[in-house]
Write a protein that binds this ligand. Structure first.
Ligand SMILES: NC(=O)c1ccc[n+]([C@@H]2O[C@H](COP(=O)([O-])OP(=O)(O)OC[C@H]3O[C@@H](n4cnc5c(N)ncnc54)[C@H](O)[C@@H]3O)[C@@H](O)[C@H]2O)c1
Ligand SMILES: [Zn+2]
Ligand SMILES: [Zn+2]
Length: 361
């Protein structure tokens, strides 16, 4: 029997979000219904509401979530009712060219639930990143459910489902930060701070946080930054070089995603160093760099999608590290809110007041 529950809908471009009754079908083959316990508010939800991702309104927002599997469809063996899971937007296919070559974290054919959740009048909903978890329950592909230790609080666990994983993975997986490295992170929101925490976890010797907002730099220090640079007051390229013996950092992570921050990252890294772009640019942005510098400086220019994570490998490990006290995921939760406060949370995000607001259900 399909169920009717509450969900937060973005009805149309730039219209305020609102709570509606949504219909969640029983799970079909390969699908699972998850009782959502917590879901973080991510910038991408705001992009959906603003029409910046697709025009497929109405959206069912929310995608940084943790909860308990309620029921599973035919053929589902990896998860069972009662399992505590983090939802992911990388359910790997196992068959595409990336998967077949043993690189499933690049899977080019990830999947979501086949059936649609709807409004009570039958209007089909587009779930954000194929998840849609600002809702009491949601329907996903079973591969989007990753079991982790249920000792962790759901509001903390859910964050690994998107931004925090993207940041940690940008440092650890994409940037391959290792013991003794110098690392600079430009933009210290939730994603940048997670990159800082990831760099610390990997043993970076020097972690330089760059932002235009002093409040963000203060938080970055608590996440593991050893030095901070306010790039509104100081040239960040020169500052990062000064802090690294005049050379630049081994790995520079751009967690803003603008041409000027990318250029800073490009010139603030040492010869043969790595630039990681994790911030998401907009379609009109263009980059101009002397090709001779791209050649002459060597190294690697990489982009990081979802921190090049493999949920089944990375989520349980990071939750274990958190439970052991080695990765403070709770520090990312600025506030917990109710389902009817998502619109307010978008405003606070816009003003830079929060790392993460988390809806608790
Ligand atoms: N690649 C991925 O898989 C992935 C996943 C999630 C989010 N993201 C993207 O990562 C980016 C950051 O997300 P967030 O949640 O941390 O956002 P946020 O708004 O919380 O943080 C952005 C930070 O950048 C700072 N900033 C803005 N302009 C700056 C500049 N010119 N120089 C230095 N700092 C500047 C802001 O003060 C803020 O602290 C976004 O573009 C988001 O869409 C990417
Ligand atoms: Zn694949
Ligand atoms: Zn997100």
């Amino acid at each position: 029997m399909a169920q009717e529950v509450r969900g937060v809908i973005a009805p149309g471009k730039n219209e305020p979000v609102r709570i509606e009754t949504i219909v969640v079908p029983d799970p079909g083959p390969g699908e699972a219904v998850v009782k959502v316990q917590a879901c973080g508010v991510c910038h991408t939800d705001l992009h959906y509401k603003q029409g910046g991702i697709t025009d497929d309104f109405p959206f069912l927002l929310g995608h940084e979530a943790a909860g308990v599997v309620e029921s599973v469809g035919e053929g589902v063996t990896d998860v069972a009712p009662g399992d505590f899971v983090i939802l992911n937007w990388r359910a790997v296919c196992g068959r595409c060219r990336a998967c077949r070559r043993g690189r499933p974290w690049y899977c080019f054919d990830t999947h979501n639930a086949r059936q649609k959740m709807t409004l009570t009048d039958g209007t089909e909903l587009s779930p954000a990143l194929g998840i849609g978890a600002f809702a009491d329950k949601t329907l996903v592909a079973a591969g989007q459910c990753t079991k982790v230790d249920p000792a962790v609080s759901p509001q903390v666990a859910g964050l690994l489902g998107c931004g925090v994983m993207a940041g940690i993975g940008a440092a650890v997986n994409t940037g391959q930060v290792t013991r003794g490295d110098s690392v600079a992170v430009i933009g210290c929101g939730g994603v940048g701070d997670a990159a800082i925490a990831g760099a610390r976890l990997a043993g970076a010797a020097k972690i330089i946080a760059v932002d235009i907002d002093e409040r963000k730099l203060r938080t970055a220090r608590t996440m593991g930054a050893t030095h901070t640079v306010n790039s509104q007051e100081t040239d960040p390229v020169q500052a990062i070089r000064d802090l690294t013996g005049g050379f630049g950092a081994d790995v520079v992570i751009d967690a803003v995603g603008r041409p000027e921050t990318y250029q800073q990252a490009f010139y603030a890294r040492d010869l043969a160093g790595t630039v990681v772009l994790v911030g998401v640019p907009t379609p009109e942005m263009k980059l101009e760099l002397p090709l001779l510098d791209v050649f002459g400086r060597g190294g690697a220019l990489k982009s990081s999608w979802y921190g090049d994570c493999l949920p089944s490998r990375d989520f349980p490990m990071l939750i274990d590290l958190h439970l052991q006290g080695r990765l403070d995921l709770a520090a990312f939760v600025t506030e917990t809110i109710q389902l009817d406060e998502v619109e307010k949370a978008f405003e606070r995000m816009h003003h830079g007041d929060v790392l993460r607001s988390v809806v608790v259900l």
